[in-house]
Design a protein around this ligand. Sequence first.
Ligand code: ADP
Length: 199
Amino acid sequence: MRLILLGPPGAGKGTQSGRLKEKYHIPQLSTGDMLRAAVEARTPIGLKAKPIMTQGGLVPDEIVVGIIAERIQEPDAKAGFILDGFPRTVHQAEALAQILRSKNINLDAVIELKVDVAALVARMKQRIKDTLANGGTARADDNPEAFKTRLSAYREETAPVSDFYARLGLLKTVDGMAPVDCVTQSIDRILENRIPPAA
Ligand code: ADP
C-alpha cells in the first residue's frame, strides 16, 4: 500500500497516518518529523531548515525531495509507505512521480482531508494545550503567527497538489471535520474500494 495524505496543517494527517501505519504495517514517512529530527540533531539540513520551519515557511524542494528519495529506499518502505506532509508543492509531486517511475512503483491512493480553516486554529491551540498538559514542549511553529504562514503556504503551494493528483485520477477526499474514528472509517472504505472515489 502506497499512500499520500494531503490536507492543511492540523487536518489530522498525523493521527490518521499513525492508524494506517498500524493497520497496514507500513512506515509513516512524515517530512515534518524527519526535519524536526534533523533540527534536533543539528545536521546541515537541520540547521538550514530550522529558521524556515520556525517561521512556518516551506523548506526548499530539493531538500525534502532528497530526504524522501533516500527514505523510500530503506528496507522497511519496500512493501509500502504513507507519505504525510509530502509532497507539499507541485514540484515535489512531479519529483516524486519521477522517483516512483524509475522504480516501477505506483501510488495506490492520494487522500485529502478537507477541513474548515476556522477549525484549524482552534485545533492548533488545543494541540498546544494537550502537549503541555502531558508534560511536553509545544512545537516552535505552533503559534498563531507561524500557523498563519503555514496556512498560506498550504493555500498557495499545496492546494494545487490536490489538483495535480485529481488530474491523474488518484485523488480521494474525506471529510476531516468528522470525528477521528469516522475519518478513519472513511479512509478504510476508500482503501478497501468499497465506495467509488469522490468526484
Ligand atoms: P503541519 O502539517 O502541521 O504544518 P509538518 O510536521 O508536516 O506540520 O511540517 C512542519 C514544517 O516542516 C512545515 O511548516 C515546513 O516548514 C516543513 N516541511 C515539512 N514537510 C515539508 C515539505 N514537504 N516541503 C517543505 N517543507 C516541509
